[in-house]
Design a protein around this ligand. Structure first.
Ligand code: GDP
Length: 464
């Protein structure tokens, strides 16, 4: 665990969403050594009720002059270490909305021994006091922001400690290798010979495990934040019509004039549990028209955050040179699915064969946005292209911070190949191993500086 200790300040914040007319109750959380004392000074508790731990008290929060009540409340007392933060925690359950809850918080903050909590500060204290691991705290934050059931399931797995256990076991395997090597450096004559080949093979296995986590993280990111698919193609090929059909909403303007979809329009559907956003783009082509130019440069911008491109062409006219030149402008890093639209205008199977020969059977779907023919084929191809069928078995998904560190660890271990091939001495192995171990330690929070921890928790919201 980390060696630094949390501050002594007692902190308070509203822990529930605050909105007028919403939520019949709200919760204010207080944590720190003065939390119980402060709660006593602002409340009136009738009859004989003890301020003992893990009990609920009934009473009122009073104005400073003790004459008027601000709200009727329930008070939950959890003495440390049996609390979320590990410190003495009091939760005041009051009525929802905004006024009462804010007045109570102000009343609490009148006391000089308490201050408003910083974003994520309760979770940070929970981590510092060993109540939660860093990845568990991050998973709680992800559960709160989950937009799909699968995202919530992944977050819950993280809260259960799956990420922590997995990374710690990989890190331990690296530590075992490092220990073996260091023992050879210090006491070579006294120990049996250590084969480089064996160490290298174990490191390759570890690298494969890290790689799997990196691949899964990508799918996890789709589950959490959804996929973006850009609809690209010449003007008038049916981009807006297709998007309307897929989203079943009349959001884009459909017209016969080329180049009328000048803005980016977005529409969301949920495909096999993944939220998918379609971006309908202005037709990409050389143009003098200023407004259209703006749309086109936005298309280029939008492509930077796109996971898949659907390149639509007019199937009744076939794959043209213009379509080919649009394809050439697409970034090669993004997968492309070809969609031949307006099949209702053409019923010539040999034509389909020709197009398949040019574009490849795998990546081509023939549809009619007008009649809906081929729509299911398109959805099936999307599921396949997006890898959304692979999310079912997914149980661990690193967040972006964790993913960056896993990638760095993998990079460090890559150097081992060179060290092995060039038959470099054991000291060289230890440099890369140590580096990878440190990255994984930063991921789990076992090896973190205080400022890094502050940085992570500052991204949480107030009251967490
Ligand atoms: P965009 O410029 O690529 O967004 O194209 P639009 O969606 O605005 O469509 C251009 C024209 O083609 C409109 O008149 C649509 O009604 C028509 N259109 C779109 N899809 C189909 C289709 O599958 N079959 C036929 N026959 N017409 C279509």
């Amino acid at each position: 665990m980390n060696s630094f200790s949390p501050t002594e300040d007692t902190i308070a914040a509203i822990a529930t969403a605050v909105s007028p007319g919403q939520g019949s109750i709200a919760v204010i959380r207080i944590s720190g050594s003065s939390s119980i004392e402060i709660s006593k000074t602002i409340t009136h508790i009738p009859g004989i009720q003890n301020w003992s731990t893990h009990k609920v008290l009934y009473g009122h929060v009073t104005e400073a002059n003790q004459k008027k009540y601000i709200d009727e409340v329930l008070i939950l007392i959890m003495k440390g270490p049996r609390s979320f933060t590990g410190e003495d925690v009091v939760e005041i359950h009051c009525h929802g909305g905004i006024i009462a809850v804010q007045k109570i918080l102000e009343r609490i903050l009148e006391n000089p021994n308490i201050r408003r909590a910083d974003p994520g500060e309760f979770s940070q204290r929970a981590v510092l006091n060993g109540r939660l691991s860093l990845t568990q705290a991050e998973s709680i934050s992800e559960l709160i922001s989950a937009r799909s059931r699968k995202a919530a399931e992944l977050a819950m797995n993280g809260i259960e400690g799956n990420i922590q256990t997995k990374i710690q076991s990989i890190r331990q395997r690296l530590l075992d290798q490092l220990t073996e090597i260091e023992a050879r450096i210090d006491f070579e004559e006294d120990l049996p010979h250590l084969e480089e080949e064996k160490v290298k093979n174990e490191i390759i296995l570890i690298r494969t495990d890290i790689n799997e986590l990196i691949d899964n993280a990508k799918r996890g990111l789709w589950v959490r934040s959804g996929l973006k698919i850009a609809l690209i193609g010449k003007p008038n090929v049916g981009k807006s019509s297709l998007m309307n059909r897929l989203s079943k909403k009349e959001k884009a303007i459909v017209t016969d004039l080329p180049g009328t979809t000048r803005d980016l329009l977005e529409s969301e559907i949920v495909l096999e549990g993944i939220p998918v956003t379609f971006i309908d783009t202005a037709g990409i082509r050389e143009t003098e028209n200023e407004i259209e130019q703006i749309g086109i440069s936005r298309t280029q911008e939008a492509l930077k955050r796109t996971d898949l491109i659907i390149l639509i062409f007019d199937y009744s006219k076939g794959w043209t040179k213009e379509d080919e030149s649009i394809l050439k402008k697409m970034p090669t890093s993004i997968p492309v699915l070809f969609v031949g639209n307006k099949s209702d205008l053409k019923d010539n199977h040999s034509f389909e064969k020709d197009t398949k020969n040019i574009l490849g059977e795998e990546n081509l779907v023939i549809i009619s946005a007008k009649t809906g023919k081929g729509e299911n084929d398109l959805l099936n191809s999307l599921v396949k292209s997006c890898g959304s069928s692979k999310i079912y078995g997914l149980d661990i998904a690193l967040n972006e911070r964790q993913l960056d560190l896993a990638k760095s660890a993998k990079e460090s271990l890559k150097n081992i190949d060179k060290v092995f091939e060039e038959k470099l001495p054991w000291d060289f192995w230890t440099i890369d191993l140590r580096e990878a171990i440190n990255y994984l330690g930063e991921l789990t929070g076992d090896d973190l500086t205080e400022s890094l921890l502050d940085n992570i928790f500052s991204k949480f919201c107030i009251g967490k």
